[in-house]
Design a protein around this ligand. Structure first.
Ligand code: ARG
Length: 459
């Protein structure tokens, strides 16, 4: 039994159940290195302010260095009696250096301390995540480049709509991920402000220099209201919302990979190392990784809901509720990073089957809009042209052929404006080539977008 910092106030210890219920050390020990970083900056600031002596700060630095070694070597024994990472570290420090360790907590509270730790930790995670998003984008760009000309059906309502290229389809996800990275970087600005100095809730009586602490810790600014500094976790909610969107984007891609890999569709294959077999059906190869990503997106969205709900009815300032912010936040980061890493690797293991994609385009009257646009260019109003094409499609469907398989005479039954040059626009390649503007699916536009993204990622 290690006694609490506040034991003098209490006449009996908490029960074992309460101790376990209120302790966070099992999960917040993960913040230890950031807790130490924050403490060292706080100590340096107190020293500059004349509150801590040079000797005390030197002892604190020495003790913390040892603790860091102990943590990294797995030697530090975390005690549930000491409740959380902050009191564990402080007690170990005091065990090592005596009174100087006891002076460290001058002018601060665990309330501003924990808010600082989470922000330092999350900032580092965001930087890693932005890097992993870029790696996934690079992997998608490789695939897009290989298939800048590969025809596939574009769908709306999961019905064949118009031809696109597989490269264009991959670039849609590169765009989503670019916005995801932007959201992460933007969120980082609001994460990167210093709560320390708010102390418990009202600030402190010591002559602290918060800007100095902020500078030491690489924060862009301080939180300007002490009540707000210790009580809000909006930055964590914002991060988890941005993480949820990444997961939602990858869940959509997963859904497509699963569909495309179904033998009924057969557009792609996924390397064996991302799939598993069945314990009963010998023929099976299941797309487990995309299915799990789709499943784990629900888990991250759940964490977002947990954090929003955690926050919504808390009066100012700090409440112990906030201790519950950590597990959802940690799990969001772990799930997101694992997903991004495995995805970058998995997309390199995707084999595209161009013949199957092309065959699907030829089955769905995918160039009907091209026929309509052709007639408009010959002077027919779009609504009339739409009707001409609808009748042509109905006719071709009755014959069981594609529009491009109809003879000129057959097509001319529907409009005399149709001439021999129609066959250039009725092929999938003709259809693609005509969508030649920024954001369009023409292969040279797809290549231009690939180049733009590559330059962006290199810069
Ligand atoms: N373990 C606590 C948390 O995660 C640290 C702050 C505790 N402060 C308090 N007054 N009980 O929020």
């Amino acid at each position: 039994q290690e006694s609490h910092a506040w034991s003098g106030r209490f006449s009996e210890p908490v029960s074992e159940l309460v101790k376990k219920y209120t302790a966070s050390i099992d999960f917040d020990k993960r913040l230890a290195e950031f807790d130490i970083e924050g403490s060292l900056a706080h100590a340096a600031m107190l020293n500059k302010a004349g509150v801590l002596s040079d000797d005390d700060v030197a002892a604190i630095r020495r003790g913390m260095a040892e603790i860091l070694d102990d943590i990294r070597a797995g030697r530090l024994e975390w005690s549930v009696d000491l409740e959380d990472v902050h009191m564990n570290v402080e007690r170990r420090l005091t065990d090592k250096i005596g009174d100087a360790g006891k002076r460290l907590h001058t002018g601060r509270s665990r309330n501003d301390q924990v808010a600082t730790d989470i922000r330092l930790w999350l900032r580092a995670q965001i930087d890693a995540i932005v890097g992993f998003i870029a790696e996934l984008q690079t992997s998608l760009l490789e695939l897009a480049e290989k298939h800048a000309d590969t025809v596939m059906p574009g769908f709306t309502h999961l019905q064949v709509a118009q031809p696109v290229t597989f490269g264009h389809h991959m670039l849609a996800y590169v765009e989503m991920l670019a916005r995801d990275a932007e959201r992460m970087s933007d969120c980082r600005k609001r994460v990167n402000r210093l709560p320390l100095g708010a102390a418990a809730l009202a600030g402190t009586t010591f002559p602290i220099d918060r800007h100095y602490t902020a500078q030491l810790l690489g924060f862009d600014d301080v939180c300007h209201n002490s009540l707000d500094a210790v009580s809000d976790r909006d930055f964590a909610i914002e991060f988890t919302a941005a993480a949820s969107l990444v997961m939602v984007h990858l869940s959509r891609l997963s859904e497509e990979l699963i569909l495309w890999m179904s033998p009924r569709v057969g557009f792609i294959d996924i390397a064996d190392r991302f799939c598993t077999g069945s314990s009963i059906m010998p023929q099976k190869k299941n797309p487990d990784v995309p299915e799990l990503v789709r499943g784990k997106s629900g888990r991250v969205v759940g964490h977002l809901i947990a954090l929003v709900t955690l926050m919504k009815a808390q009066p100012l300032a700090y409440n112990k509720d906030n201790q519950e912010d950590k597990e959802p936040l940690f799990d969001t980061v772990d799930t997101l990073i694992d997903t991004l890493r495995i995805y970058a690797d998995m997309m390199r293991g995707v084999t595209v089957k161009p013949e199957a994609m092309r065959a699907a385009v030829l089955q769905g009257f995918a160039t009907a809009t091209d026929l309509a646009d052709y007639l408009v260019k010959k002077g027919l109003p779009f609504r009339d042209s739409h009707e001409v094409v609808a009748l042509s499609v109905r006719y071709a469907e009755g014959r069981g052929v594609d529009l491009a398989d109809l003879s000129l005479e057959e097509l001319q039954q529907f409009s005399k404006l149709i001439e021999q040059d129609i066959y250039q626009v009725l092929t999938p390649e003709g259809s693609l080539a005509q969508r030649d503007h920024v954001g369009g699916t023409a292969p040279n536009q797809v290549r231009a977008q690939i180049a733009r993204h590559k330059a962006r990622l290199a810069g």
